[in-house]
Design a binder for this molecule. Structure first.
Ligand SMILES: [Zn+2]
Length: 102
């Protein structure tokens, strides 16, 4: 392993892992002296795609009045701060539908 130096203060960087949620860890280089942090792009991308996998959920279509709706799990409601009456945008994608919050 090559020891990298901090671009700001030239101290040795230390390998650390941090949790970005749902038990997904990203390895990054941290400077103890000045607090500088580097995360390699590909590591972050891998972590984000695995986070996406973790967050994918199956939800059931339910009958609401005369129409149909879906019920969002509580953790999704919390992490996206969804509110009753709020409008979200439905976007067609190649593999399905994407819901976009404003
Ligand atoms: Zn530093």
């Amino acid at each position: 392993m090559i020891t990298k130096k901090c671009p700001q203060c030239r101290a040795n960087l230390e390998k650390v892992k941090f949790d970005i949620g749902y038990g997904v860890e990203v390895e990054s280089l941290h400077c103890r002296k000045c607090g500088f942090n580097i995360t390699e792009d590909n590591r972050l991308k891998t972590a984000i795609s695995s986070l996406r996998e973790q967050m994918s959920k199956e939800i059931k279509i339910v009958k609401i009045g005369t129409g149909l709706g879906v019920r969002f799990p509580n953790d999704v409601v919390k992490s996206y701060k969804l509110k009753k009456g709020e409008e979200i945008v439905l976007k067609p994608e190649l593999d399905g539908i994407k819901l976009v919050t404003s």
